[in-house]
Design a protein around this ligand. Structure first.
Ligand SMILES: [Zn+2]
Length: 408
């Protein structure tokens, strides 16, 4: 069996949705799939055994955080991420670039790479396309991403073009050195192009024709209106090769997951389901509820009657409400398990519908029943706007455009 492969099991005749199977050295992933984010080599408050139980087949870990602490060399000395964190399933690592660009640690961006100061101790680091391959080889994930440039929203067309062209040059440099390290790691290319349809189409065409194992779509969901996000995907997807898996970076609320699948995406990572869980936001088929709300105080039933997660099988909503209100540690675990299970169950329902030829009806019914929490969208956007402003300050760019258009 090859170390990495992707096959398409079913395609929706009316939308661009497809169901596929990815094979990696650490296991098989059926797509579409949701990947929980384990920033610090842990999905916060949930053990690997619990991740397996809720149906997680792949997790994402952040190179930026791990290279700084505990260090990629130390993780390598412990046998790589899988052994270090006791997770035997597939892992995907990002390149660290997104954090460097979005968190304002960037001090100097050049053709060579991105120099930045650690947010932990101020030490200076240089990420280059080549050094990122070495670091990700030390971490040892199954799927790895190259260094790219993520533009902020909004972005001037010339800046968008320059960032995209540099991303393409960095993709070439990454491919040139990748096989010096671990050949069993699957390298995905990243499509950029900010919010320019023409650039998005061009980038998808260029990256899609390079010898990458899969394609990631980056630079979206950074504060732009949802309509713009979907418009960009409508330009990107037709240019992509059909026979490679497609990862939409950083997108993963329930309603966005279903919509993006219909626009041809296969893989999704997002910190939102676990982050909102820790703040009391739990997913149900009708939308997100706040478990700390008074209506759950005497609720004898589970959070959601049809949920098959460990939390809903064993605890009343009243008890989970009590734990959340008293900020007990068990709450973070029970809430996270519920939301991760929700996303994984949704992913398998979507897959089943694609295979059965009923995906368009499933999508329409789901989106009609599910009311997105408006505050969830705003909260997410506020965070990203803040990050974009900090990044611009670090680059010495005026931030006034962002200040003026800051959403309320
Ligand atoms: Zn549940």
């Amino acid at each position: 069996m090859p170390p990495f492969s992707f096959t398409i099991d079913a395609e929706c005749p009316e939308t661009w949705a497809r169901a596929g199977t990815i094979t990696t050295p650490h296991g098989v992933i059926q797509t579409p799939i949701f990947m929980p984010v384990g920033t610090q080599a842990t999905v916060k408050s949930v053990s690997p055994e619990e991740l397996h139980e809720v149906g997680v087949t792949i997790i994402l870990a952040n190179t930026y955080h791990l290279m700084l602490r505990p260090g990629s060399q130390l993780i390598s000395d412990f046998g790589g991420l899988h052994a270090f964190m006791h997770w035997d399933g597939p892992i995907l690592t990002d390149s660290g670039g997104f954090q460097v660009f979005s968190m304002g640690h960037l001090r100097k961006l050049s053709e060579e790479g991105a120099a930045f100061k650690s947010h932990l101790d101020g030490s200076v680091h240089l990420l280059t396309p080549e050094s990122v391959m070495r670091i990700e080889a030390e971490l040892g994930a199954d799927i790895i991403l190259p260094l790219d440039i993520c533009a902020a929203y909004p972005c001037a067309p010339t800046e968008a073009r320059e960032g995209m062209e540099r991303t393409h040059r960095w993709a070439e440099r990454t491919l040139a050195v990748k096989d010096r390290y671990r050949t069993e790691q699957a390298l995905f290319g990243i499509v950029q192009g900010a919010f320019e349809p023409e650039l998005r189409r061009y980038s998808a065409h260029v990256i899609g024709n390079m010898p990458f194992a899969g394609i990631a779509v980056g630079g979206l969901s950074v504060g732009e209106p949802k309509a713009v996000l979907w418009e960009m995907l409508r330009h990107v997807t037709p240019e992509l090769p059909k026979d490679k898996p497609r990862h939409l970076l950083g997108v993963g609320s329930p309603e966005d997951f279903v919509t993006a699948v219909s626009l041809g995406m296969d893989m999704f990572d997002c910190a939102l389901p676990t982050r909102v869980a820790r703040h009391g936001g739990l997913f149900t088929r009708h939308g997100r509820v706040n478990i700390t709300a008074a209506r759950f105080r005497v609720e004898r039933g589970p959070i959601e009657a049809e949920c098959d997660c460990y939390t809903c099988r064993n605890y009343s909503a009243a008890y989970v409400h009590h734990l959340a209100r008293t900020e007990e540690q068990l709450y973070y675990r029970l809430g996270s398990i519920h939301n991760i299970r929700y996303m994984l169950r949704l992913a398998s329902q979507v897959r089943a519908a694609i295979c059965a030829g009923t995906f368009p009806a499933f999508r329409d019914t789901f989106l009609a029943d599910y009311t997105p929490a408006p505050e969830e969208v705003r909260e997410e956007q506020r965070e990203k706007w803040k990050m974009a402003r900090r990044a611009n300050r670090a680059l010495g760019r005026p931030t006034s455009v962002y200040e003026q258009r800051k959403p309320r």
